[in-house]
Design a binder for this molecule. Sequence first.
Ligand SMILES: [Zn+2]
Length: 128
Amino acid sequence: MKSSQNFTSNFLKSLQTNLIKMKKDIEGKVSRLKKNDPFIKEYKQDGFRNVDALEEEVADLDEHKETNAILFDLRKTIKDINDTLVRIRNGKYGVCEECSSKINSKRLLAYPTAKYCILCEKKFEKKV
Ligand SMILES: [Zn+2]
């Protein structure tokens, strides 16, 4: 079963441009976050990490954890964007990876990196 969405090449081109722009924004955020991570920052400045007073250590650790959680999400988004760019190139954009049916265009507008149609997405959510 093979189906492809009937997107115009203009639509796909502007989508590609937007995705690449999004990716650059996110990569910028990633490098800013890394710079502000107290653990990484001190390594860079002094070559080792200073051990601060306990309260400061706790605050640093919290910030470090939070930064890591955000970085994890951002990296996932970058991966989704890369996957989407590959699907555009392969002419598979907007086709559900699970059941090969067309993904609702409203869903794609709201969530341009969607890999699955709503039905499959719901199926996966239930499994988790
Ligand atoms: Zn599906």
